[in-house]
Design a protein around this ligand. Structure first.
Ligand SMILES: *[C@@H]1O[C@H](CO)[C@@H](O)[C@H](O)[C@H]1NC(C)=O
Ligand SMILES: *[C@@H]1O[C@H](CO)[C@@H](O)[C@H](O)[C@H]1NC(C)=O
Ligand SMILES: *[C@@H]1O[C@H](CO)[C@@H](O)[C@H](O)[C@H]1NC(C)=O
Ligand SMILES: *[C@@H]1O[C@H](CO)[C@@H](O)[C@H](O)[C@H]1NC(C)=O
Ligand SMILES: *[C@@H]1O[C@H](CO)[C@@H](O)[C@H](O)[C@H]1NC(C)=O
Ligand SMILES: *[C@@H]1O[C@H](CO)[C@@H](O)[C@H](O)[C@H]1NC(C)=O
Ligand SMILES: *[C@@H]1O[C@H](CO)[C@@H](O)[C@H](O)[C@H]1NC(C)=O
Ligand SMILES: *[C@@H]1O[C@H](CO)[C@@H](O)[C@H](O)[C@H]1NC(C)=O
Length: 212
């Protein structure tokens, strides 16, 4: 019985692409020990975030953990123009979200913010603090490419689209989107939800065999 379940799960997960087993979900600490910070004395970022990002791979369902303080913001956008401008001023679409935008609490208040990766493809990050986007233009910025990996876990799936025909319908997820706490504008996720549904479907097949 166990062998049958294992075979069914393996076949279901391996068959579509004959791909290598995707990596587990990962939390990436932005900038490593340097954190996400701009030093106004040296007028530079604490580290080179482009170099930091180049050293790792990113997948749906991963989180970026920003260890930062209220002198910086965290802007997440899928809009290359907004990223190039170092500014959200001309973009209030659902492609752009601002996290940790709590500068009115005072300067230099430490905080740690986890931002979920919910959209495949180019994701851009910058701080829009400082006059004329000075933090961003001086290095508080980086771009990553988010790959599919395991797909979105149910905890990050938005209210699902109509269920795909191959699988039994699954009840809508009622969990909130964990990574969007602190979001002050726009809707950060939505694409990629079908992946979560497919995985629920695979799980459903395994459960069905157990019950049988
Ligand atoms: C990654 O961060 C999220 C959001 O803070 C958290 O729920 C999850 O437990 C973390 N995962 C690991 C492996 O640390
Ligand atoms: C800014 O850089 C200066 C010079 O390297 C350093 O002495 C200072 O501690 C830094 N400030 C912060 C807040 O990291
Ligand atoms: C930081 O650099 C910018 C651009 O080079 C410059 O306009 C600004 O005056 C500098 N700020 C400080 C505090 O040195
Ligand atoms: C992208 O941002 C630019 C300006 O930042 C804005 O003009 C444009 O409408 C945005 N595109 C989308 C698809 O939201
Ligand atoms: C935050 O910004 C204020 C005002 O520019 C500055 O005095 C303070 O040193 C900064 N704090 C940190 C931790 O960078
Ligand atoms: C970060 O390093 C890259 C080379 O890896 C360089 O092209 C880029 O200008 C650096 N960024 C900053 C802000 O110094
Ligand atoms: C976010 O999504 C909700 C529900 O779909 C919608 O009512 C709201 O207008 C959206 N907000 C933005 C900024 O797109
Ligand atoms: C933004 O909204 C549009 C239209 O509702 C939708 O097609 C798109 O997937 C959304 N993008 C993101 C990143 O949520």
């Amino acid at each position: 019985m166990i062998a049958i379940i294992l075979a069914a799960v393996l076949a279901a997960s391996a068959a579509p692409a004959f791909a290598a087993i995707p990596p587990a979900y990962t939390n990436h600490t932005v900038g490593g020990t340097a954190g996400w910070a701009f030093n106004s004395s040296t007028n530079s970022s604490n580290t080179n975030y482009t170099d930091w990002a180049a050293g790792q791979s990113f997948n749906l369902g991963d989180y970026l953990v920003f260890n930062t303080n209220s002198n910086m913001t965290i802007v997440q956008t899928y809009n290359a123009t907004t990223y190039a401008l170092c500014s959200t001023d001309q973009d209030d679409s659902n492609e752009t979200s601002v996290y940790a935008d709590d500068g009115n609490e005072g300067f230099g208040i430490a905080e740690s913010v986890a931002v979920a990766l919910t959209v495949e493809g180019p994701n851009y990050y910058f701080s829009d603090s400082g006059d004329d986007g000075i933090q961003c233009s001086k290095g508080m910025r980086f771009e990553i490419n988010v790959e599919h990996g395991l797909g979105l876990p149910p905890s990050l799936s938005q209210p699902p689209p109509p269920p795909p025909p191959l699988w039994p319908a699954t009840p809508p997820s009622t969990e909130s989107t964990g990574g969007t706490a602190g979001q002050t504008g726009g809707n950060a996720s939505g694409c990629g939800a079908p992946a979560g549904i497919v995985w629920s479907g695979v799980f459903g097949v395994a459960v069905g065999l157990v019950l049988a």
